[in-house]
Ligand binder design. Structure first.
Ligand SMILES: [Zn+2]
Length: 416
């Protein structure tokens, strides 16, 4: 989401994070501070402002890494955007054009550096060991993703890449910044085609890879802490791999184990037995459901037989059975209606006052139209439903109208 960074008089902002991504505080001169376009407050005053400084340690959203937060003077930084050579800070109040102190929200930034450097490392492992290039990277608030192109990464490939990256973390390899032209970097082993002019910035993980990148990174692979590969899904022609690094990985692993432990407690088994216990519980549930369905069918048949016995036909030879239930399963009502309608010249009009469900069913010999009948009832009382000539089900909007709805249905039947 953009809070509206408008162009200003272009003057390159010095990017302090290029040379020291661990700088959390800095002083700078405010070069301009204008009301943010299109965001006036109800009082007619601007609610956000766009400040340009001569230098900044705030990282702007770019290259898959989100912007920093923090403070500049008394102002809260809400968003940071890259606009040509300038960095635009969207702040919550106007800054005077005097020297100010900037302070980066460090936990957020460090988290981004762990995720971002972890991404370099993980992408390098997929490329080197399995020939799978990364075509895009996204650092989300919850998980990070890389999109790989090529063959589907199997479970084994995901695990091996994660393990290979883990090995590089244990070896605590140096992460450093290098500058050079596209040609110089390509001679040093940058794989990616770069068509930018002038001096470029690249990130080197010692003995692992060299990549052009303007982002912020940790100083050595050890500071990534750990990388957890989560899952892989197909996105158009590519494979999206979810992963988390560092503090996030630790939090995620802790949360996952808490879920596992709670699941195990509910299933009264050990955590390592959860999968088989769930398998057994599901098989049991399916068997119970089948059993329940059979019993419901038998109950519906038995009740239908009793009701048919005690309900004589009308003078016109039709037997209309209407029944109102309260709190009965719609499934039972459907079965009951079907059982009643197995008998010749019989029509069942059933409803439930709790849920407002109605079931109209007939033996074809009755010669009426249940779907049309239901439509006429729903026209008057409101609701949804439909069906065929012999069987229709629906639901009236207000269950308290159910009794009158069935009276109406019966009237329509005898009137038709
Ligand atoms: Zn990077």
């Amino acid at each position: 989401m953009s809070l509206g960074c408008a162009p200003t008089g272009i003057m390159a902002t010095r990017r302090l994070y290029y040379d020291d991504s661990f700088q959390r505080e800095f002083t700078a001169r405010v070069l301009s501070c204008e009301p943010a376009t299109g965001a006036p407050s109800p009082e007619g005053k601007a609610s956000t402002w766009q400040a340009i400084l001569d230098q900044t340690a705030f990282y702007p959203t770019s290259g898959g890494q989100p912007h920093d937060l923090g403070r500049i003077g008394d102002a809260e930084v809400l968003e940071v955007c890259d606009h040509h050579d300038e960095i635009v800070h969207v702040v919550d109040r106007r800054l005077e054009c005097v020297p100010v102190k900037g302070l980066i929200d460090w936990p957020r930034r460090f988290d981004h550096m762990q995720q971002h450097t972890g991404q370099h490392l993980l992408s390098a492992m997929f490329q080197q060991h399995f020939g799978l290039p990364t075509v895009s990277f996204h650092l989300g608030t919850d998980v990070c993703t890389i999109d790989l192109r090529g063959q589907e990464p199997s479970e084994q490939i995901l695990e091996n890449s994660e393990r290979a990256a883990g090995q590089m973390i244990f070896e605590d390899r140096r992460v450093s910044v290098r500058y050079g032209t596209a040609e110089e970097l390509s001679r040093l082993g940058v794989r990616k085609e770069v068509d930018r002019e002038g001096v470029l910035r690249a990130i080197e993980i010692a003995g692992v890879e060299l990549q052009p990148c303007g982002g912020t990174h940790v100083k050595s692979t050890g500071q990534i802490g750990m990388i957890l590969v989560r899952r892989c899904t197909k996105i158009r022609q590519d494979w999206r791999v979810e992963f988390v690094c560092g503090g996030r990985a630790e939090q995620r692993a802790r949360r996952d184990f808490r879920w596992l432990r709670e699941s195990a407690e509910k299933l009264s088994c050990a955590p390592e037995e959860v999968v088989s216990a769930i398998g057994r519980a599901l098989a049991e549930r399916d068997a119970n459901f089948k059993n329940y369905r059979e019993l419901l069918e038998r109950l519906a048949a038995a009740e239908a037989a009793l009701v048919l016995q005690s309900t004589p036909s009308d003078s016109d030879g039709l037997r209309v059975i209407d029944r109102i239930f309260s709190g009965m399963q719609p499934e039972f009502l459907g079965l009951f209606a079907s059982e009643l309608a197995k008998r010749e010249n019989t029509i069942a009009l059933l409803g439930d006052t709790d849920c407002g469900h109605v079931f109209f069913a007939q033996h074809p010999s009755s010669g009426k139209d249940m779907n049309a009948l239901l439509r006429r009832v729903l026209e008057k009382f409101g609701g949804k439903g439909g069906g065929t000539r012999d069987f229709a089900r629906g639901k009236v909007v207000d269950p308290s109208h159910l009794e009158t709805a069935l009276v109406l249905a019966r009237e329509k039947l005898s009137g038709a």
